[in-house]
Ligand binder design. Structure first.
Ligand SMILES: [Mg+2]
Length: 230
């Protein structure tokens, strides 16, 4: 365990929501209906939206969505409502081994620093960390909210950089690892100049073309507990 700082993505990495790509797309469609979009765009157009990074307002405007700037506020409300329904139905859970891995890092003699950097909204994150009783493992959480605008969402390195600063990270002394299930996690980590670990979740969502893209993970794992061997 050569790393001093472990930064986790939440959805699809620690939290199992089923196929995260399908889930997010359903929430997108529900949010568009709520915002009275004249038509729900086709699958290809919706896929472009997810890859649009900071151009999402242009895309929403093209789709005829009024008040596009309020989109994420509505998205988060729809998302939270749906997650609470899934939670009641026991369709949201931690992936196997999550508590054990966090426990091992948390109790490690070298005093590992543990954090979350997620594109999910702060109140949603807080709710589920408490529900699954894992909040106390994390010294820091970077999520979307009043302080953190959507433009700071991954693949922006902003969240990771702010966590590193809080841990007083010195690149000459410390080693930091970002663990995530998607390309945006890998890109954010490499832009922040730290190591990146892709966890392959077989039910989902990670882009099979990831190995051909600009930013490459330093490690690819199948099970979360493999990070204890890195
Ligand atoms: Mg994820």
């Amino acid at each position: 365990m050569k790393f001093d700082i472990y930064i986790f993505d939440l959805d699809g990495t620690l939290l199992n929501l089923g196929n995260i790509g399908v889930y997010a797309d359903q929430i997108l469609q529900k949010t568009l209906s709520r915002l009275n979009a004249p038509v729900i765009p086709g699958e290809n157009e919706r896929r472009q939206f997810w890859g649009s990074e900071n151009n999402y307002i242009d895309i929403l405007n093209n789709w005829g969505v009024s008040k596009a700037q309020d989109f994420w506020e509505h998205y988060d409300k729809v998302d939270f409502k749906q997650r609470k329904i899934l939670f009641k139905q026991k369709k949201i859970a931690l992936f196997d081994g999550v508590e054990e891995v966090l426990e091992k890092l948390y109790t490690h003699n070298d005093g590992k620093n543990i954090a979350i950097v997620t594109n999910t909204s702060d109140y949603v994150v807080e709710f589920f960390l408490k529900k699954f009783n894992i909040a106390s493992f994390f010294q820091e959480v970077f999520s979307m909210g009043l302080k953190n605008d959507q433009q700071f969402a991954k693949p922006s390195p902003r969240g990771i950089l702010s966590i590193l600063e809080k841990f007083q990270y010195d690149q000459d002394i410390h080693r930091a690892l970002m663990i995530g299930d998607s390309y945006s996690d890998i890109k954010a980590a490499k832009k922040a100049n730290i190591s990146a670990c892709l966890v392959k979740r077989n039910i989902m969502g990670h882009d099979p073309a990831i190995i051909k893209r600009d930013f490459q993970p330093d490690y690819i794992i199948e099970r979360l507990d493999e990070i204890l061997e890195l």
